[in-house]
Design a protein around this ligand. Structure first.
Ligand code: UDP
Length: 468
């Protein structure tokens, strides 16, 4: 079944301002959304930070404005994700306010209909409010993990968090089949910072003018219902985004994609390759790196492995692997620093996706009907992995961490056993559902129409706000 691509619609004479959070997993969906809304007739302005900025010439259809984030070299290289978020929030607030105010006073020919922003920036609400501009949030995680975050007050009350080692395997009755160990956390030198972030996202959401999700009703119906009930704001599940718009190939990529992997995949048999990638942030230690290498090698299956510089703590790239490791595999392994992932997953040679279950990767895997091996590291990845293994039943989770025997066993179960065939059938059905929901009459198609009408209806609100 072919994916549904949007047709370019007549210009609407309205501009939208989008403000992506500058991490790969947040940039991709925001830029895909920008393309969708551009196809729907809106003019698009992107405000971006200097940190992790995109080259505007790769998106000539949008207008770009950069704000200075003034991050020092050490702040920009911060390993503590929460600290990085905190630096960005502290340093971008004023430059963003100035940039938005200037844009609003200068963009008079095409009125600005609203701001679309990422809740990881905690100042956008107060800035938008002070400038009397409605704002809509794009949540780049899935609805299921968002529903878990929104249950944090209850989880505190019931004593599930902070997590206790003795309860990790316990199922959270209120969120079954999520276990205590799956509750989404980010390790930090200052754990309180994380709870503050979750609280601030919850408050920001309640006051926003809408919530856009890169998901589809059939996949996360219950979680979407929970979110609608909890937040009382319009919710728009219009995904999967990347299937609506023409592929932008490398345009959103912060690292340069190594296309040698596509030529290599072309030489492999259908569904024979394990594609291994842990996204743009997760890091592992040397011992885990070696377990992965040996687990893959011992499986005797072909693999394509993304080893991002920085993936292995304390190493530049592949140095921890024993010399001659790759050569000894006789062409069965190929390693790159960064891959054109969507194209890889869509390649007929790929049979299994070993993923960290970042939301984009999870959805991309589903859209290509590829069974998954999951090794979540932090935050929403934990919940996504539980959904992949226990709710949608489209993959296996490495429950005891990264151990070569476990890896080999998971690969065997997926590639050679009946269980693997059943998993492949289920994910293939989800793939069909993902395609269907984007077609005319499908839930995401309808929800996108609702979003457009909602955005256009905000105009009367702006008139009201500005006349007050
Ligand atoms: N990605 C890619 N090439 C790679 C690895 C990842 O293009 O070699 C893309 C992937 O397609 C996805 C994004 O990077 O869109 C990662 O987002 P995700 O939410 O999966 O994980 P995060 O990086 O935020 O942990």
């Amino acid at each position: 079944m072919s994916p549904c691509k949007l047709q370019m619609e007549q210009r609407k004479g309205r501009r939208l301002i989008l403000f992506p959070f500058p991490l790969q997993g947040h940039i991709n969906p925001m830029l895909e959304l920008a393309n969708i809304l551009h196809f729907k007739g809106f003019s698009i302005t992107i405000i971006q930070t200097n940190f992790n900025s995109l080259n505007p010439s790769t998106h000539p259809q949008f207008t770009f404005h950069s704000i200075s984030d003034d991050l020092s070299e050490s702040e920009a290289a911060e390993d503590d994700l929460l600290l990085l978020l905190s630096h960005l929030n502290t340093k971008c607030s004023e430059p963003f306010r100035e940039c938005l105010a200037t844009l609003l006073s200068s963009l008079t020919e095409e009125p600005v209909a609203c701001l679309i922003c990422d809740p990881l920036f905690d100042f956008t609400q107060s800035v938008a409010e002070s400038l009397k501009l409605p704002w809509i949030l794009l949540r780049t995680s899935g609805a299921s993990s968002t529903a878990v975050y929104s249950a944090f007050p209850l989880l505190w009350e019931k004593g599930y968090i902070p997590k206790q080692d003795s309860r990790l395997e316990e199922t959270v009755t209120e969120l079954s089949p999520v276990k205590v160990k799956d509750l989404p956390m980010i390790h930090s030198s200052d754990p309180e910072r994380f709870f503050k972030l979750v609280r601030s996202i919850t408050y920001e959401t309640k006051d926003s003018y809408g919530y856009i999700f890169n998901t589809f009703e059939d996949l996360e119906q219950d979680a979407l219902a929970t979110i609608r009930k909890k937040f009382h704001i319009p919710v728009f599940p219009i995904g999967p985004f990347h299937k609506c718009v023409p592929a932008t190939t490398s345009a959103n990529s912060l690292l340069s994609q190594d296309r040698s992997c596509i030529s290599w995949l072309n030489t492999q048999a259908p569904k024979s390759v394990i594609y291994v990638s842990f996204g743009s942030i997760a890091a592992i230690n040397e011992a885990q790196f070696l377990e992965i290498g040996w687990g893959l090698a011992n499986s005797k299956q072909s693999f394509l492995w993304v080893v991002r510089p920085g993936l292995v703590q304390g190493s530049e790239w592949l140095e921890p692997l024993p010399s001659g490791f790759l050569e000894s595999l006789n062409g069965m392994g190929h390693i790159v620093k960064w891959a054109p992932q969507k194209e890889v997953l869509a390649h007929q040679a790929v049979g299994v996706f070993w993923t960290h279950t970042g939301w984009n990767s999870t959805l991309e895997g589903i859209c290509e009907g590829v069974p998954m091996i999951c090794i979540p590291f932090f935050a929403d990845q934990m919940v996504n992995a539980r959904y992949v293994s226990d709710v949608w039943k489209i993959g296996l989770q490495l429950e005891v961490g990264i151990k070569r025997e476990e890896i080999e066993r998971a690969i065997r179960r997926l590639m050679m056993e009946k269980e693997g065939e059943e998993i492949r059938d289920r994910v293939s059905k989800l793939k069909d559902m993902a395609n269907l929901c984007l077609k005319q009459g499908g839930t995401s198609y309808q929800s996108l129409d609702d979003l457009i009408n909602h955005i256009l209806s905000l105009e009367s609100l702006i008139t009201k706000l500005t006349s007050q």
